[in-house]
Each structure stands twice: as structure tokens, then as C-alpha cells.
Design a protein around this ligand. Structure first.
Ligand SMILES: Nc1ncnc2c1ncn2[C@@H]1O[C@H](COP(=O)(O)OP(=O)(O)OP(=O)(O)O)[C@@H](O)[C@H]1O
Ligand SMILES: [Ca+2]
Length: 978
């Protein structure tokens, strides 16, 4: 086994010569081994070919890399390697162009029918009325269709660009690489052949390569081979494939093929990576859209039949059809088709994508990367968040604050501990050798640490005792490592001491390690038997540390006199307790407020941690999670019956010493109780819980690739406050879609009923095809743009979550819709029936003016109603108006186009210019919808108030009765006591 990594002193001297020479050789631009050979070796997993090439180290040498120091890694070297072996980028499918989306949008069935109508209308119009007058009807429809197609294509294209960018963001994965003697983190896209990388539990193997050295490396190849049993990779099986995952252990690997040369690259190229899943809300809305579409179809059919009936009745000779007649027929037909176009709420899916895409973009800025689209909306209805402690509620900046060594308590920031040599020796070994983290000088004299924060804290503590990591690591040889994982909560290392003795070091969760000890050391370093009293004392120290919110770890060791006595795995008993350390991990600022926000938003927060019960309780208190609820530890939770568990869950607030399995169980039980659960996780073992939860949140910094892969959302800064932000955005999405639906439904109902009713009574529809298509644009594409991207506001978190059974169209929305549609219909009907009389229109163009005014008023009503939709449940609809420029832009744009249509494009829009008074009348009709909205709001508030009063009175009356019956106050009621 190669132990070079742990004895870097001599290696460094050896490497300095070699690296310089490799840099020179790199300029020569050829390698004594070919890319094809390496790819072939990898793909056929040919050990014989590997042997022919001389083994791993020889291949490394041929690739001008050294196992100890990595490649030279300067610019020329990297470029050269990319030129010869390729870069580690998997080719993506080429982006779809704008014209693809235009072509796609043109495939809409209704639009095609409409286009045919337009063409026939154009032909007939020109043939009957000549070029000058005949083109306008067909031309108007054609232009409208073109606009619809372009708008749809443009928005689809923009979405696709954004999703592509997010997709790229999603794939940014970093890895530890050794270059020019320095360990550094780089993006896996920048890896080159010859790189030496470190893999540890939870990593995804970023390129194909060969195993150099490592401990208990277990690889999950299920994504590549479908093999569900994890495979051991060691000196006997050296091939590591990109795309597979490290389930346990750690290793160094030599990269030998990258990018499209790897099997993963091939597989990925074949995969369709399109983001084509439909979110639950989209599914719900699709069925709503179909329903509305069908209703529209009925309306269209009815309108068409009525128009036809009237036309046929007026026709004198049913057997003679002039081209004029055909022209009318086509006009009626295209009107019917347009009514269907209007009714079909094609803006709904658009609104959802817009809202989601907007939220995704904003969330990235707020440190949340959405991997699964539907997760944002689910997060909005989450009722419970199970959160990790370490790193999420706390900063993950750990320092050893207190230590008890040999029975003596040290306050580390206050004093400099002094230990006798026979204590210091094992202590340093325990701190620095039984430790998988590393410090690296980054060349500028600054030290940077790699590894888990707990281990870094211990490493720093060791260094603070006045030694260097290299010095200690050179002194003994590591024979075996049992890496830490959250299930065992232990880490062990077997050392070979210079005198040939074996020594096992173990560290981990303090009560577990203490249970493995039967001796302890005294202040002079002598091993003494651990009796009940000293065990009690040590437990007291653990609990004292934990009460101060410190994370406690116990370090222990034992000597194994003869190599032959060592079995396969490290012993589980017989250790000597060496030290107990208390590690401080401060709580993040803002966590308390975020927890508070959750509670006011009706979201339960449960802390799930691997730490000790006392530490967990104390941190939960500090962060405001633990109020009057229950605290339980994983092992006791595990052994409860399902009923018992649910009982506890009703007011559980903290679960300590939990294993990933417990977390999984907790999520399942909570879901069974009807909660919508969001759960955070960082470790590889958290994957099942993340998968099971309604929303899985992985930690971006501390999280492993495996955890991120199974999560729906990655929290880039690991911060609990960001999680709460995600919930806020989720609610915002839900609300925005509701706003749009309310707006769209109102316009839909009004337009359909208006057209049908006046066809019934007058024999012609007040809104023509072109006008309807413009209205359709306002209520679909423009409406979606304006309303789907309203930014979130803090009041969203004052309401309880919607939960699983929440209604999409609330009662209040129905009130708004009915009131507005009712108002619009009545006022427009009055115009239609009595308009000429009321407005005193007598001139020859009275009919045209009236129909233009109806069209104009209708559009203005929609514009003002757009304001109403912005604030569905607030009286002041202009609140924070300037917070959304897109909304303002859409309103101004709609208004401008409307003025142009009426005033100068009358021929296209079948309208004529209006005078000032007429415009004022239209504007008043439109703006009166604001008053209607206000009236509805006041009514709702009043009725709510009365309802509350009534139910309180009822309650009171009931309690009175109870009181009179039993002659005493009921226990939990304030009413009776009044
Ligand atoms: N690298 C390590 N080596 C040995 N023991 C460790 C190590 N890291 C943590 N421990 C011990 O294991 C316990 C639990 O760790 P675990 O990883 O399960 O929790 P965590 O993930 O750090 O915390 P949380 O679940 O709150 O995020 C810790 O309290 C500590 O005593
Ligand atoms: Ca429509």
C-alpha cells in the first residue's frame, strides 16, 4: 500500500526535481502513451494492458504526473493536455434556435384553422371589394396571428435560454485535485488527464481513472452498470468510472480519460436532458385549462349556430350563394374559432413557467439552486421543515474550546495547555493521525484546510500544541483507516509505531467511545483503571460541555502488543480514554428570526441532528426551535411502535443522536400524518430521506454530490434562513398563478358571455375577430408577464401554508371574479342596448362609434382589473406598484397599443377614432372596476368580521350551557371566565 501521502517530507524533495522537468517536457507536446490506449484500457477494464504499461505509477509517469505532487498544472501544461487528451466537458445538445420555437408555435391547431380562414377571407374580400377595401379583415387576422406566434415563440425561447443557464449551474461540481504539490478545489470541467484527485464519501467520480491508494473504498456503480451492490475498489480492482459514486472510504485517483472519452460522457450524450416534466400545479392547471377550453367550444358553437340561423333566415334565396355570402360565412366561422382561441387559456402554462423561471432566477441570487422545478411550488405549501443542526443552524466554523485531558480541564482560549510527553505523544497522534483532514500551504504563506469542520477543528487544536502535522505523521505509519460516517459516528486508525508496536486510535460521539473504554489516563500519563466514579466524572464533563452548546468528542487509544493479535477490523473495546473535547460551533446570525418567521407562517421546524441530546437541546433553545415541545433521541425513537412515534411527533421539536435511517423514518411518519415535509441533508446516507421528502434540500457547501443528486433544491450557503426564503418564494409562485387565473377567468367569462348574448339579441358579435385576438393577447401572454412575476412580499409569511388539500381558486377569488365579470357584462350590455340613446349618438357612424366604445371599454376594464388582480386580498391595489417594473411596462404597453389601434389602425381593428368625451367615458367605465373591487373587499372584510362574531357568540353560548349543566368552568376556555 502506498503511504506516500502521509509522509510528505521526503516526497517533497523527490518531487521538486521531477515537477520542473515535467514542465519542460510539457512544451514538447507529446506523451509516451496514447489517448486511445488509455481509453481502451479503461473500457475493457484490462488488467493485462495495465500491466503491459507498467502499472499505475508508470502510467502516471508517462502522463508526466507524480502520485505525490500531481501534474505541473501551469497554463501551457493544461492546454497541452487538453489538446492531446481532450477536456472534461460532456458535449451538450446544441441550443434550439428562435426559429425552432416559431415553427413550434405555428403548429397550434386553432391558429392553423384561423390562418386558413384569414386566407379565404383575404381572397374573398379582395375579389368582392377590390384591393383597397377588401384586404383589411383577412389582413387583420393574419397580422394578429403573426403577433401571437412571435410572442409565443419569443417567450418560449427566453425560457429555454434560462433553463439552459440553470442547467449549467446545476452541473457545476468541484473536486479536490493535486497540482504542483498543492491540493486545491477546481471545477470538474477543468480536470485534465494526469490529474491526481482525492475522492471521499459522497463524491461522484468526475472522470475515468485508476485507483492509486486509499482506504475501504466502496463504489456505487448503479448509475453506470445497474449493479445495486456497491463494489470494493482497491489494489486488486483498480478501475474507477466517471458517474459512479463513492459510498464509503476515500482514495487517490489518477485521471486517465476525460469528457467524451468516458463511458459516462457517451451515456450522457444519448440522454435527453430536456426539462419536460410537468409540475403538479401545471397538471392541475392543465385540467382547468381543458375545462375552460371545452366551455369556450360550446360558446363558440352556440354563437356560430345563432349567427348562421339569423343569416339563413334573412337570406331570400337559399340556393343562390354569392361570394359576398361566402365571405360572411367565413367571417362567422373565424369568429367562432376566435372565441375558442380566446377561451383556451394558453397563458396558464406560460404563467406557470414564467413564475417558476422567475422564482428560480431570484432564488439563485438568494442562494438556492432549484434542481426539480416542482419543488419550488411544493415548498410553498410545506407545513414542516426538518433541519440539520450542524452547518445549517450553525456556522460550521468549529473550534475546540475546551478539553479534558488526563482528568485536567483546559479552557483553550484562556490558557496554553501543558502536557507531559507521554500524554502529548498519543494525544497528537489521536488529533493529527486519526484525522482525514489536511492543511495545505497555498504558496502565499496562507494555510488552507481540507476536510470536515470537526476534523479541521481537531487538526488546528493539535497544531496549536506546537507541532507540525508532517512531523507527527512522519513518526508513525498508517496501516488502516475506518472512516467516519453518521451511522457509526466513529472514526478509527491503526498505526504502526517506530518500535514496531501497533496502536489503534478511535474518536467519535463521546458516550459511544467512552463505553469502549475500560481505562483512562491520569495527569502524568499513566493508564489507570476506569471505575464507576471516574466514569461518572467523565460523563459529568461531557454533559457540562454539552450544556454550553459544545459538540463533544471523545478520543481514545489502545496498544496492540503483537501484530498477530490484530484482527481485520479495529477493536470495539479495551480502549484508554485520552481526552474529551468540546467544540464550539456558533449559531448563525438570523437563524432565530428565520425560525420565528416559520412559526408565524405556520411552518413547524424540527431539528434533526447527529449530536448529543444535551448539545442539541441547548442549541435548539438558543435558536428558538425548542419552546415547549419534546426532545427525543434517535435510538429511543427507533424502538417506539408506530403509534408511539406518532404520539411523540405531535409536538416533537428536537431529535438528537439520529442516524440517517431515523431521519428517513421521521419523514415518512410526518407525511403519513398529512404534513408536507421539507428535509435538509448533507451526507450520502441522507439520500433516502431527501428522496422521500416532499422537498429535499441538500447543503451546497457541506453536502456531498450524492446528497445533492437526490435533492430537489440545493441550498448554496447551507443557511437555514435561505431555506425559509425558498418557502417564501414557493408561496409567491402559488399566489402569482392565482392572480393570473383570477384575471384570466374574469376576462374569459366577460368576453364569452358578451359575445353570445349580443349575438342572441342583435345578430352580430360586438367584438370582432381581430379585437378578440388582441384581447386574447392581453389576457394570456401579457397578463402572464405582468402578474406571474410579482416579487414576494413579507406578508406571504403571515398566512398558514396551503397544505395538501388547499383549494387553488379560493372563495375570495370567486367573489372577485363574479363581481368583476358581472360589472363588465352589465355595463357593456347597457351600452349595447341603450348606448345610442344614453350617449346621444345620431350621426351615420353611430353604430361604429358604439362598437368601438364597447371594444375600448372592454379593454380598459381588463387593464384596470389587472391592478385588482395584483392585490387579491388587499384594499389598496397600488401597494408597492413600483416594485414590479414589468407590470408597469405591460400596462403602459397595452394602453399605448390600444390607443394606436383605435385612433389610427381602425381599418385593421374594425374601429373608428373616438373623441375626447368618448375616451373619457370609456376610461371611467374601466376605472370603475377599481371601485367595484373596493366594494367587494369591504364586503368580504365585513362578512368575515360578522362570521367571527357569530362563531364566537355561538362558542360562548355553548360554553354557557356546559357551565350551567355541570356547574363549573370548563377547563380550557377564557370565554366562561369572562
Ligand atoms: N469526523 C468525525 N470523526 C469522529 N467523530 C465525529 C466526526 N464528526 C462528527 N463526529 C461525531 O459524530 C457525531 C454526529 O455526527 P453526525 O455527522 O451524525 O452529525 P452532523 O451531521 O455533524 O450533525 P447534524 O446532523 O446536526 O448536521 C458528532 O456529535 C460527533 O461527536
Ligand atoms: Ca386564450
Amino acid at each position: 500500500m502506498d503511504l506516500g501521502a502521509y509522509t510528505p517530507m521526503p516526497a517533497e524533495q523527490f518531487c521538486s526535481v521531477k515537477v520542473d522537468s515535467t514542465c519542460k517536457m510539457a512544451e514538447e507536446n507529446n506523451f509516451p502513451i496514447q489517448s486511445e490506449t488509455l481509453v481502451h484500457m479503461m473500457q475493457s477494464q484490462s488488467h493485462s494492458l495495465l500491466k503491459q504499461c507498467g502499472g499505475v505509477e508508470a502510467i502516471a509517469f508517462k502522463l508526466r504526473a507524480s502520485v505525490e505532487t500531481g501534474i505541473c498544472g501551469d497554463k501551457v501544461d493544461l492546454e497541452n493536455r487538453r489538446k492531446v487528451f481532450g477536456s472534461n466537458i460532456v458535449r451538450e445538445k446544441p441550443l434550439k434556435t428562435f426559429w425552432y420555437f416559431v415553427w413550434d408555435a405555428m403548429h397550434d391547431f386553432l391558429l392553423v384553422v384561423l390562418a386558413i380562414c384569414a386566407a379565404i377571407s383575404l381572397l374573398l374580400g379582395i375579389s368582392t371589394e377590390g384591393w383597397k377595401d377588401g384586404w383589411s379583415d383577412g389582413g387583420g387576422i393574419t397580422v394578429s396571428i403573426l403577433i401571437v406566434v412571435l410572442v409565443t415563440a419569443a417567450s418560449d425561447y427566453r425560457q429555454s435560454l434560462q433553463f439552459q443557464a440553470l442547467e449549467r449551474e446545476k452541473e457545476k461540481v468541484f473536486t479536490d485535485v493535486l497540482r504542483n504539490r498543492r491540493r486545491q478545489k477546481i471545477c470538474i470541467d477543468d480536470l485534465v488527464v494526469g490529474d491526481i484527485i482525492s475522492l471521499s464519501t459522497g463524491d461522484q467520480v468526475p472522470a475515468d481513472g485508476l485507483y492509486i491508494s486509499g482506504y475501504s473504498l466502496l463504489i456505487d456503480e448503479s448509475s453506470m452498470t445497474g449493479e445495486s451492490e456497491p463494489q470494493h475498489v482497491d489494489e486488486n480492482k483498480l478501475f474507477l468510472f466517471s458517474g459512479t459514486k463513492v459510498q464509503d472510504g476515500f482514495a487517490k485517483m489518477l485521471v486517465i480519460s476525460v469528457g467524451m472519452n468516458t463511458a459516462w460522457g457517451h451515456a450522457k450524450e444519448l440522454l435527453c436532458k430536456e426539462n419536460c416534466e410537468e409540475t403538479p400545479m401545471q397538471q392541475k392547471l392543465s385540467s382547468l385549462a381543458i375545462l375552460i377550453g371545452n366551455i369556450g367550444m360550446c360558446f363558440a358553437l352556440l354563437t356560430f349556430i345563432l349567427l348562421m340561423a339569423r343569416f339563413l333566415k334573412q337570406k331570400e334565396n337559399l340556393w343562390y350563394w354569392s361570394s359576398q355570402d361566402f365571405w360572411v360565412l367565413i367571417k362567422y366561422f373565424s369568429l367562432a374559432v376566435t372565441i375558442v382561441v380566446v377561451a383556451v387559456p394558453e397563458g396558464l402554462p406560460l404563467a406557470v413557467t414564467l413564475a417558476l423561471a422567475y422564482a428560480m432566477r431570484r432564488m439563485i441570487l438568494e442562494k438556492a439552486l432549484v434542481r426539480r422545478l416542482s419543488a419550488c411550488e411544493t415548498m410553498g405549501s410545506a407545513t414542516c421543515i426538518c433541519t440539520d443542526k450542524t452547518g445549517t443552524l450553525t456556522t460550521n466554523q468549529m473550534t475546540v474550546l475546551k478539553a479534558c485531558v488526563g482528568g485536567v480541564l483546559w479552557q483553550l482560549h484562556a490558557s496554553e495547555p501543558q502536557f507531559p510527553d507521554n500524554v502529548l505523544g498519543p494525544l497528537l497522534q489521536g488529533l493529527l493521525q486519526n484525522n482525514s483532514s489536511d492543511v495545505v500551504n497555498d504558496g502565499t504563506g496562507k494555510q488552507s484546510c481540507f476536510g470536515s469542520p470537526t476534523e479541521i477543528a481537531l487538526l488546528r487544536f493539535g497544531i496549536s500544541l506546537g507541532t507540525s502535522v508532517e512531523a507527527v505523521r512522519c513518526n508513525s505509519q498508517v496501516l488502516k483507516v475506518e472512516p467516519f460516517n453518521s451511522t457509526k459516528k466513529l472514526m478509527g486508525t491503526l498505526l504502526k509505531l517506530p518500535e514496531g508496536k501497533l496502536r489503534a486510535h478511535i474518536k467519535g460521539a463521546s458516550e459511544l467511545v467512552l463505553d469502549m473504554c475500560d481505562t483512562t489516563i491520569d495527569a502524568d500519563g499513566n493508564q489507570v483503571f476506569m471505575d464507576e466514579r471516574s466514569k461518572c466524572e467523565l460523563n459529568g464533563i461531557i454533559s457540562k460541555f454539552a450544556h454550553e452548546s459544545l459538540r463533544t468528542l471523545c478520543l481514545a487509544f489502545q496498544d496492540i502488543p503483537h501484530q498477530s493479535l490484530f484482527e481485520k477490523s479495529l477493536p470495539r473495546e479495551g480502549y484508554a480514554c485520552l481526552a474529551i473535547v468540546g467544540i464550539k460551533d456558533p449559531i448563525r446570525v438570523g437563524v432565530k428570526d428565520a425560525v420565528q418567521l416559520c412559526s408565524s407562517a405556520g411552518i413547524r421546524v424540527i431539528m434533526v441532528t447527529g449530536d448529543n441530546l444535551t448539545t442539541a437541546t441547548s442549541v435548539a433553545h438558543e435558536s428558538g426551535i425548542l419552546t415547549d415541545g419534546l426532545v427525543i433521541d434517535g435510538p429511543s425513537f427507533r424502538t417506539l411502535s408506530s403509534d408511539g412515534r406518532r404520539q411523540k411527533l405531535a409536538n416533537l421539536q428536537v431529535m438528537a443522536r439520529s442516524s440517517p435511517g431515523d431521519k428517513h423514518m421521521l419523514v415518512k411518519e410526518l407525511q403519513a400524518m398529512g404534513e408536507i415535509v421539507a428535509v435538509t441533508g448533507d451526507g450520502t446516507n441522507d439520500a433516502p430521506a431527501l428522496h422521500e421528502a416532499d422537498v429535499g434540500l441538500a447543503m451546497g457547501i457541506s453536502g456531498t454530490e450524492v446528497a445533492k443528486g437526490s435533492a430537489d433544491i440545493v441550498i448554496l450557503d447551507d443557511n437555514f434562513s435561505s431555506i425559509v426564503n425558498v418557502a417564501k418564494f414557493g408561496r409567491c409562485i402559488f399566489k402569482n398563478i392565482q392572480k393570473f387565473v383570477q384575471f384570466q377567468l374574469t376576462a374569459n367569462i366577460a368576453a364569452l358571455v358578451l359575445n353570445l348574448s349580443s349575438t342572441c339579441f342583435f345578430g352580430h358579435a360586438p367584438l370582432t375577430t381581430v379585437q378578440l385576438l388582441w384581447i386574447n393577447l392581453i389576457m394570456d401572454a401579457l397578463g402572464a408577464l405582468a402578474l406571474a412575476t410579482e416579487p414576494p412580499h413579507s406578508e406571504l409569511m403571515d398566512q398558514p401554508p396551503v397544505g395538501r388539500k388547499g383549494k387553488f381558486i379560493s372563495n375570495e377569488m370567486w367573489w372577485n371574479i363574479c363581481a368583476q365579470a358581472g360589472y363588465q357584462l352589465s355595463v357593456l350590455s347597457i351600452l349595447q342596448f341603450q348606448g345610442k340613446k344614453i350617449l346621444g349618438l345620431e350621426a351615420g357612424n353611430a353604430e361604429d362609434i358604439l362598437s368601438t366604445m364597447i371594444f375600448n371599454s372592454f379593454v380598459l376594464c381588463q387593464i384596470f382589473n389587472e391592478f385588482n388582480a395584483r392585490e387579491m386580498d388587499k384594499v389598496n391595489v397600488f401597494h408597492n406598484l413600483f416594485g414590479n417594473w414589468l407590470f408597469l411596462f405591460v400596462v403602459v404597453f397595452t394602453l399605448t397599443v390600444q390607443v394606436i389601434l383605435v385612433e389610427s389602425l381602425g381599418k385593421l381593428a374594425n374601429s373608428i377614432p373616438l373623441n375626447r368625451e368618448q375616451w373619457l367615458i370609456c376610461l371611467s367605465i374601466g376605472s370603475f372596476s377599481l371601485v367595484v373591487h373596493l366594494a367587494v373587499k369591504i364586503l368580504i372584510i365585513l362578512s368575515k368580521y360578522i362570521w367571527n362574531l357569530k362563531s364566537n357568540l355561538n362558542k360562548y353560548a355553548m360554553h354557557r350551557k356546559e357551565y350551567e349543566a355541570i356547574g363549573k368552568h370548563c377547563s380550557n376556555c377564557n370565554n366562561c371566565k369572562v
